[in-house]
Write a protein that binds this ligand. Structure first.
Ligand SMILES: NC(=O)c1ccc[n+]([C@@H]2O[C@H](COP(=O)([O-])OP(=O)(O)OC[C@H]3O[C@@H](n4cnc5c(N)ncnc54)[C@H](OP(=O)(O)O)[C@@H]3O)[C@@H](O)[C@H]2O)c1
Length: 236
């Protein structure tokens, strides 16, 4: 892929800190966007051009609707960015059933179901030599599971393992799976946990820098973005 101009890309979690930063760059580069969120108000405030689609990823059928929206809007699908996610803090033994269910539903099962829904359209994109991709953001915790974030780390490690294995399968089909594993990034995610409270953390990366690195990797044909791919000079 040498350019994103004219590529049909679905951004899941486009109202978030990383999703919105990625969507802005993609729009500037001429991609045709389908932007997912939960809130119309937040989506309109972004002012990023695209087709808007709303769903709660706790709904297991959500992925089918997102792919259908992208196909309705642009007639094809060349890439998917999974930038939705939730975090929780606190001792592993204190995590509630509800929080564990939400972490796994949004962070792991959502992207897994979405890949299944998107595969037929991505196969068509591969046949048309459009270099389709499916990008996940498991984050550094999938490499280095973190105390007081055990359930979050586990949900992200599940996502990373799924991506590695599915990526081997889909490589034969010409579909690129990319897992991005940046460290702490200043999106405000840590201030919106579904449980617990974040410890004090050192300053994280600038979301615009992380988004730029991710989009550059897509264009350059990279297949993996480990934590080391996000250099310290990106830290705020
Ligand atoms: N920030 C970091 O330090 C960091 C580091 C590595 C990886 N990551 C991962 O990168 C991804 C994006 O993180 P971020 O920092 O940009 O977080 P964020 O700003 O909180 O954005 C999260 C996005 O997920 C959406 N979302 C959450 N729960 C949802 C649900 N049940 N149904 C539908 N959408 C839902 C949010 O929608 P609303 O706008 O409606 O809330 C928002 O669009 C996450 O998977 C995160 O784990 C983050």
């Amino acid at each position: 892929m040498t350019s994103l101009a004219g590529s049909s890309i679905l951004v899941v979690g486009a109202t978030g800190g990383l999703g919105s930063a990625i969507a802005r760059i993609l729009a500037d580069e001429g991609a045709l966007l389908t932007l997912h969120g939960r809130s119309e108000e937040k989506m309109h405030a972004l002012a990023v051009p695209g087709t808007f689609v709303y769903s709660d990823l706790l709904d297991a059928g959500s992925g089918n609707g997102l792919v259908a929206a992208a196909l309705d809007a642009h007639g094809r699908l060349d890439g998917v960015i999974n930038a939705a996610g939730v975090v929780a803090f606190g001792p592993a033994a204190d995590m509630s059933d509800e929080s564990m269910d939400i972490l796994f539903a949004v962070n792991a099962l959502g992207p897994m179901r979405l890949l299944r829904a998107a595969r037929p359209a991505l196969l068509k994109s591969a046949a048309a030599k459009r270099d389709p991709f499916f990008l996940t953001l498991s984050g550094i915790v999938s490499e280095s599971p973190t105390a007081n974030m055990a359930a979050y780390s586990a949900s992200k490690a599940a996502l990373a393992a799924f991506g590695q294995a599915a990526g081997r399968e889909l490589r034969r089909d010409g579909i690129r799976l990319i897992d991005a594993r940046p460290g702490h990034t200043e999106t405000g995610l840590a201030t919106r946990p579904i449980a617990g409270a974040a410890p004090r953390m050192p300053a994280g990366f600038d979301p615009a820098d992380v988004a730029r690195r991710i989009v550059d990797a897509i264009v350059a044909g990279e297949r993996d973005l480990p934590s080391g791919a996000f250099s310290p000079q990106h830290a705020a």
